[in-house]
Write a protein that binds this ligand. Structure first.
Ligand SMILES: NC(=O)c1ccc[n+]([C@@H]2O[C@H](COP(=O)([O-])OP(=O)(O)OC[C@H]3O[C@@H](n4cnc5c(N)ncnc54)[C@H](OP(=O)(O)O)[C@@H]3O)[C@@H](O)[C@H]2O)c1
Length: 283
């Protein structure tokens, strides 16, 4: 339940190791409250929980895999609420970014669509049902500017985000009058492990800036926000560009920096980055 000033007290992060998700959770629960991290990698979750725990902020972990059947997500939400009470904010931070050229076989496309679209859609549906039953709460869905104008090199990712964005907005509409709400957040390029090594387009931002934007709009009435805000008019303009012009712009931007993207699962990249940091640490 929110405190007397309307600040959230219990936050659930689906994709408990997401860097943007963690930044939003820290923004919403700066000192106290309960943060529940739900993810698929127990070791990474435990490390994240230890790092985010504070004297008055408890951090719990739960298993969540976006590839699991729908019932598992429904159960996860029930367990989170049974253990920690009403969920004030649920952040949906699951996603993988894979260049289209790396999706060589059809089953790779299936997996990326399951991770970026089907799993998150089921999470939106299950969370909306729970928040509606509670009569309050906000679901923050991490969409992307890719939902507005999909890039050739990230076709499956963009299609998944566009469909998820549309679905989340539709479910948000169905919640009108229930006390619950969906907030769709469309970040541009954010410096996290997901984008490590990719060319940085204009308006590249940091996870804590996305979090600050969410913090500013959470108690308002907005249903869709861009991060940074300036991307709103920029994306409106880009959307109107003829396909050939957009493609040339996109290609020019992609030539601007190394295109070599690490295609390992995020958890593996995370472990590799941690061990590299370890090697570099002075002894
Ligand atoms: N970074 C950007 O530029 C950017 C821009 C716009 C939108 N977004 C979106 O923002 C969200 C968070 O991204 P981020 O930058 O914070 O990246 P991140 O740190 O790589 O977070 C991605 C999260 O998705 C989780 N995940 C992947 N597959 C999963 C599965 N099958 N089941 C459960 N969890 C799974 C990862 O868990 P593991 O640790 O287990 O891999 C990780 O917690 C994503 O939806 C992303 O598409 C990011």
């Amino acid at each position: 339940m929110r405190d007397g000033l309307g600040r959230p007290q219990t936050v659930l992060l689906l994709g408990g190791t997401s860097e943007i998700g963690q930044a939003i959770a820290e923004q919403l629960l700066p000192q106290s409250g309960t943060l529940i991290l739900a993810g698929r990698d127990p070791a990474a979750l435990a490390e994240t929980a230890e790092r985010l725990t504070k004297a008055r902020r408890q951090v719990a972990t739960l298993h969540y895999d976006a590839l699991a059947p729908a019932a598992a997500t429904v159960d996860l939400l029930a367990v989170a609420a049974a253990r920690h009470g009403d969920l004030d904010v649920v952040i949906l931070g699951v996603g993988t970014l894979t260049e289209e050229t790396a999706l060589a076989d059809t089953s790779a496309v299936e997996k990326t669509m399951h991770t970026n679209l089907l799993g998150p859609m089921l999470a939106v549906h299950a969370t909306a049902a729970r928040l509606r039953a509670q009569g309050h709460g906000t679901l923050v869905v991490l969409s992307s500017v890719a939902a507005v104008r999909t890039r050739d090199g990230l076709l499956s990712y963009g299609v998944a985000k566009a469909a998820l964005d549309l679905y989340a907005r539709g479910i948000g509409e169905s919640l009108r009058g229930s006390g619950a709400r969906v907030l769709v957040v469309r970040p541009g390029h954010v410096r996290t492990r997901m984008t490590a090594g990719l060319p940085e387009p204009p308006f590249t931002t940091e996870a804590h800036e996305v979090a600050a934007r969410v913090g500013r709009v959470l108690s308002g009435r907005a249903r869709v926000v861009y991060a940074p805000a300036l991307l709103g008019p920029v994306m409106t303009a880009l959307r109107l560009l003829p396909a050939a012009v957009y493609r040339r712009l996109d290609a020019a931007q992609r030539r601007g920096a190394p295109l070599e993207q690490d295609q390992r699962p995020t958890a593996d990249r995370h472990r590799a980055a941690a061990s590299l940091a370890d090697e570099r640490r002075p002894r």
